[in-house]
Each structure stands twice: as C-alpha cells, then as structure tokens.
Design a protein around this ligand. Structure first.
Ligand SMILES: Cc1cc2nc3c(=O)[nH]c(=O)nc-3n(C[C@H](O)[C@H](O)[C@H](O)COP(=O)(O)OP(=O)(O)OC[C@H]3O[C@@H](n4cnc5c(N)ncnc54)[C@H](O)[C@@H]3O)c2cc1C
Ligand code: SF4
Ligand code: SF4
Length: 413
C-alpha cells in the first residue's frame, strides 16, 4: 500500500485551498496536470521529498496571468490545465524551503541540498511554521514562521520555538512535505494504531498469519528496502502455502548464493545435503568441506587478501549542476547513466568478497597438496575446491592466499 498520503501542516489555517501536501503536488506533476506553480512557493520540510517538490516547482515556474480555473491548487486537486496554461511564457518561481533543522543538519542528502541552492532555491533552516496567514476569501497569502531549535529526543522530534521571532514568508502556494502517511481505507485492521503495519522478521503482519507486508507501510524508507522486504516476504509466503513453519531469519539478511539451489541447477543429488555440513572432509554436500557461511555472515575487508586487488578508481556517474536560469523548464536527467563499457568496467571492480571465484590459489600454494579441485561433474558454485584433511597440517597458507576470504580456518568446533 505504501505511504502515499501526505501529512498536512499541523498549524492553524492549513485547510486553505492553496496549501497542499507534497504527495498530492508530485502526483499532479507526474500525471501531467500541474503545468505551473504560483510566483512564490513555500515548501515546508527538509528531507529529500521537500527537495523534490522545491526543485520541481523551480522547474515549472509561474505564469503571470493565471486563469481562475488554472490555479495550481486546482490542478493538484485533480483538474486538467487549459492549453493557455501550457503555452504561456513561463517565468521563474521564487521557491523557499523551510526546515526546523539548520541547513547543515537537514535530513536531505547533502548533494541534493547543494543542487537546490545552486538552482536558486532559498533554504531557511531553523524555522518552524506557526500559522497559515489567509485573506478574506480563505486563500493562503503567507506562511508565518518562527525561529526554532529542533532535535530528536528518543525518536521524537523536539522543537523549541524562540519567542518574538515570528515573520511571514509570502506565498501563492504552500506545500507540506513533512512526512507521509498510510491510507488504511478499507484495511483498517492492519493499522497497528500508530499509522503503520507491524511485521515480524518474515514480514508477516503481527498477529495475522498468512498476511505479509513490506515497504513504506512498515516505515517510509527506500525503494531498495521495499524490494528486500518483498524478497523475504515471498519466501515466507511460499512456506506458508506449503503449510510449513516460517524460518527463523538469519541475523543479517544477505543473499550471496544458495548452495542447495546451485546443487539443483547442476543436477547434483540433494540427498547429499543431509550429510553433516560442518567440519567434515567426507561430505560432498559441504562447501569447501566446511559449511555455508554466506547466509549469515558479511565478510569484513580484513579477511580479504587485498594485495591481490590493485587500486582501480570508481567509474562515477556524471552529475549535471544547473543554475537558477538553466533549471527553468529543464526536466533532463541530472545524474547521467554509465555507458555500457563503463558499467562493465565498474562490475569488474567486484572482489567477490566471501565467495570462491575459482582462482586456484589454494590448490597451487598448499604445500601438502591437500587442496584439490572437485571433479567437474561434482562441482558447482562454492564447491570448486575440496580439502583432504588426512594431508592437511593446518599451516594456514590456503587461508592467507585466498583473495576473497572464502577459506576460514577452524578445528572442527
Ligand atoms: C518524493 C519521494 C521521493 C523518493 N525518492 C526515492 C529515491 O530517490 N530513492 C529511493 O530508493 N526511494 C525513494 N523514495 C521512497 C520510495 O518511493 C518508497 O520507499 C517505495 O516506493 C516504497 O515502496 P512500496 O511498495 O512500499 O510503496 P509504493 O511504491 O507507494 O507502492 C504502493 C502501491 O500500492 C497501491 N495501493 C495503495 N493502497 C492500496 C489498496 N488499498 N489496494 C491496492 N493497492 C493499493 C498504490 O497505488 C501503489 O501503487 C521516495 C519517496 C518519495 C515520496
Ligand atoms: S591449511 Fe595448509 S595444508 Fe591445510 S589445506 Fe590449507 S594450505 Fe593445505
Ligand atoms: S583461493 Fe579462495 S577463491 Fe581461489 S580457488 Fe581457493 S577458495 Fe576459491
């Protein structure tokens, strides 16, 4: 379901027609309805969403003669813009972004803040909205703000307003970008009472077996987070439909490779997996005669043989920085993609950390010829080499020469 509703400004006057939420603003823009904004736009926020709103507002600009039915708030409310609004000459909008935190403490990423400043957006840090000032018709004409000190205390935002510092920032459009909320209409039973959904480690809704969730309903975060939740929930759903108990999840949810899947891909009998996987040199199902650590272990860099990897600089994407004039009506990408050759070069910098990448070092350097290659018909990812423990003297050399940190020494404990 995501968290697609915006949170309205928690101040008097927020119900004015030209005070809107960031999600409504961005949806109207993405749907093509919002073609221009007012001359003066004030965005309240400080996170990445508020920067998105401010930079879109700056790009859209304003038109001088607005037909009553082309007002931005009507487009945001769902009306289609008239052609006149599309062809009128655009002029820049004066966009001000306010944040309760100082500019260098805002939640938005630093480079986003720098871009917004370069594009002519005024950022006023340490300002809290106290009231929406309205005219006789009820429209907002300004946002009243006061200086403040804000800090997070136990996960809650604590704002102390400085008395006597109130001022009005004139506005034709005010956008509230202070957070998102879940719309539970029709699905109220999923609400944990705090406007979110509570889930267990398998992303099953707490106390509701068979219902799984993920993404912003748990906590608004990133796309990659939602995708990760979805991957784990899919495993849980599969088990649930088979009537199996849900797995205890590992401490760290990483997916390097799945030995079982690799064995199946290779057509190797899965019965071997039932043999002891830990500390044996007899099991053909064990990884390097030992165990599959990939499902619960992220390898630290000091377990790699870094000397094996020369320094190769990153293939960084180019970033376009615009000034205030260039930003107007410019909806081109700012973060340019890598070309194919660059993307391949970047992928080649991968060190395959924690995985065997079949370099043969351990086979070559073992003084006892204890390490040997698994027969091609028996090998698969992670089962490329094998060790004969009757020959091994525990000298550590294979561990030291393994570039990726795949070999871990142990005494069978
Ligand atoms: C302005 C903004 C900028 C962002 N920028 C980034 C970024 O640069 N990088 C990044 O990683 N993340 C970014 N995010 C966060 C990212 O968009 C979310 O974390 C991610 O989209 C969450 O995925 P989701 O599947 O939980 O929800 P959503 O992507 O919101 O998808 C939920 C879907 O469920 C549908 N739905 C809702 N209710 C119902 C219902 N009752 N029945 C059926 N369907 C329903 C909705 O229509 C929607 O299609 C940004 C978010 C915002 C608001
Ligand atoms: S510890 Fe030494 S002897 Fe044993 S497999 Fe490794 S390199 Fe060979
Ligand atoms: S040295 Fe490491 S990466 Fe190379 S073959 Fe042996 S286990 Fe695999």
């Amino acid at each position: 379901m995501g968290a697609q509703s915006g949170r309205p400004l928690p101040v008097e006057g927020h119900e004015a027609p030209n005070v809107v939420t960031a999600t409504a603003f961005l949806k109207a823009f993405n749907d093509g309805r919002l073609q221009h904004v007012g001359k003066r736009v004030v965005v309240v926020g400080g996170g990445d969403t508020s920067i998105d709103v401010a930079t879109v507002a700056r790009r859209l600009g304003h038109i001088d003669q607005v037909h009553e039915s082309d007002r931005p708030e009507l487009a945001i409310g769902g009306h289609a813009a008239h052609d006149a609004a599309l062809i009128s000459r655009r002029q820049g909008a004066e966009v001000t972004l306010t944040s309760v935190f100082a500019v260098d403490k805002m939640q938005a990423s630093r480079h986003e803040v720098e871009h917004a400043l370069a594009e002519g957006i005024a950022i006023r840090g340490g300002m809290v909205p106290v009231k929406v000032v309205r005219d006789a018709s009820g429209r907002a004409t300004a946002l009243r703000v006061a200086r403040c000190e804000a800090k997070m205390v136990g996960g809650r935002l604590d704002i102390k307003t400085v008395d006597g510092t109130e001022e009005d920032i004139e506005a034709d459009l005010i956008v509230s970008a202070i957070g998102q909320a879940v719309d539970f209409s029709g699905l109220e039973s999923l609400n944990n009472g705090k406007g979110a959904v509570s889930a267990d480690k398998n992303y099953q809704v707490a106390g509701q077996p068979g219902i799984f969730c993920g993404g912003d309903v748990i906590r608004p975060h990133l796309l990659t987070t939602a995708i990760g939740h979805g991957a784990i929930a899919a495993e849980g759903i599969d088990r649930h439909l088979r009537g199996e108990a849900l797995d205890k999840r590992p401490k760290i949810d990483v997916h390097s490779f799945d030995l079982m899947r690799k064995m199946a891909e290779k057509g190797l009998p899965l019965t071997q997996i039932d043999e002891p996987l830990h500390g044996t040199d007899r099991s053909t199902g064990a990884v390097h005669n030992f165990e599959n650590r990939s499902d619960r272990y992220v390898i630290p860099h000091d377990e790699l043989f870094l000397g094996h990897f020369g320094y190769v600089p990153r293939n960084k994407r180019k970033v376009v920085t615009l000034n205030a004039d260039e930003a107007l009506a410019n909806f081109e990408e700012r973060l340019l993609p890598l070309v194919e050759a660059q993307a391949q070069a970047e992928a080649k910098r991968c060190m395959s950390c924690g995985l065997c990448f079949e370099c043969d070092n351990c086979v070559v350097y073992c003084p006892q010829t204890a390490v040997f290659k698994v027969k091609k018909t028996q090998s698969t990812t992670g089962r490329y080499v094998d060790t004969d423990y009757t020959k091994c003297i525990g000298c550590h050399i294979c561990h030291d020469v393994c570039p990726t940190g795949y070999i871990q020494m142990g005494l069978g404990e």
